[in-house]
Design a binder for this molecule. Structure first.
Ligand code: CUA
Length: 361
């Protein structure tokens, strides 16, 4: 076969192999739907990577395999070795320069893309994200700092999340938005994106953060203008702390302080005992003694969770810093509404209402 025929054959094989491999990559690394401007940018970048990788892999493997198969020693060929090759300077320079150029191009391209993804938008709205073991809450500075346990966003409205953790490292990750960000203790982390598709999503924690890490999720809703207006009105209509009864406040705290991440109110099992019917219940402790759950027991258990452990549960699971966090919130309420409240007492009042019979319907 003439030399030009070999070249044509190799080129055709490289093209076929590139197309097949690229399709295989796209099939193997299927991604969730794109639901933010960042998602489109990042996916396009990834797709270019796939194509270039498919081509470079094909270029090398086709040449190697073609040579092995076509130029192998055939029956009747007597020489033991092929021609001695000292090297090929032009070829060596080419295979050094080409990858360098490819890497530099990708590097520079990545800088542009990163800037594009992180760029502040002129009309972005702020949502404060608070994470703790093991739940999320979202507060809206533009809506009187009202707190929600789901993240509601207006479609096509750029958003900047100002995120803080109350304990260990967590990570905010919504796969459809592609972007993710660690939340580090003691600092505020920022994450920007623009949701582009109305729909229901889910934020999940992407940093191993303890026993209930896998359940540390919260709903994310991207909504149209009408739903957004209704949400805003609903948030703003939420009563002031002073308008709530102790039980209603207790329910609010149970959401805001993330109690419900571990304690169910419907009897479902969790990292901590369910609150349903817990008040007045006789509990067996880890040391075999029994006690009746009353105000004093609940008070002590919330503020010093390791003092007494109920049989079947583990110590050092519940954060031991609630006394400080409650004091901070109580001071906030005092400042905002001139109202003196006791968060532990509110929680106990709320827990008292969670009895089997009253929840039967
Ligand atoms: Cu928080 Cu994993």
């Amino acid at each position: 076969m003439r030399k030009s025929k070999h070249i044509i054959a190799v080129v055709i094989l490289i093209i076929i192999s590139t197309v097949v491999l690229d399709a295989l990559f796209l099939f193997m690394f299927q991604r969730p739907a794109q639901a933010s401007t960042q998602a489109t940018i990042i996916d396009n970048f990834t797709n270019i990577h796939f194509a270039v990788q498919a081509f470079l892999f094909s270029l090398i493997m086709v040449l190697v395999l073609y040579s092995v198969v076509v130029f192998r020693r055939k029956p009747g060929e007597e020489e033991e070795y092929g021609a001695h090759v000292e090297g090929n300077t032009a070829l060596e320079i080419t295979w050094t320069i080409l990858p360098v150029i490819a890497v530099v191009i990708f590097g520079v391209y990545a800088i542009f893309i990163l800037n594009e993804i992180l760029a502040p938008q002129p009309d972005e709205i702020v949502v404060e994200v608070n994470a703790r073991q093991w739940s999320w809450s979202f507060s809206y500075p533009e809506l009187d700092n009202k707190v929600s346990d789901e993240l509601v966003l207006l479609v096509n409205q750029p958003v900047v999340l100002e995120m803080q953790t109350e304990d260990v490292i967590h990570n905010f990750w919504v796969t459809e938005f592609r972007v993710k960000q660690d939340l580090l203790p003691g600092s505020m982390e920022v994450l920007r994106f623009t949701p582009t598709e109305v729909g229901d999503y889910r934020v999940r924690c992407a940093e191993i953060c303890g026993l209930q890490h896998a359940t540390m999720r919260a709903p994310v809703r991207v909504v149209d203008q009408a739903t957004w207006d209704a949400f805003q009105a609903e948030m703003l209509a939420q009563p002031k702390i002073g308008d709530l009864t102790a039980v209603e406040r207790g329910e609010l705290w149970s959401q805001q302080f993330g109690c419900l991440g571990c304690h169910s109110v419907d009897g479902a099992p969790g990292a901590g005992p369910t609150w349903l019917g817990v008040y007045g219940r006789e509990e067996t402790l880890a040391d075999g003694t029994t006690i009746t759950v009353d105000d004093v027991y609940l008070h002590d258990s919330i503020l010093d969770p390791n003092a007494v452990i109920v049989e079947g549960f583990n110590p050092n699971i519940m954060p031991a810093n609630f006394a400080d966090r409650f004091a901070e919130k109580e001071a906030e309420v005092m400042q905002a509404e001139g109202l003196e409240i006791g968060i532990v007492e509110d929680l106990i009042e709320y827990i008292k209402t969670l009895q089997e019979d009253t929840n039967a319907n």
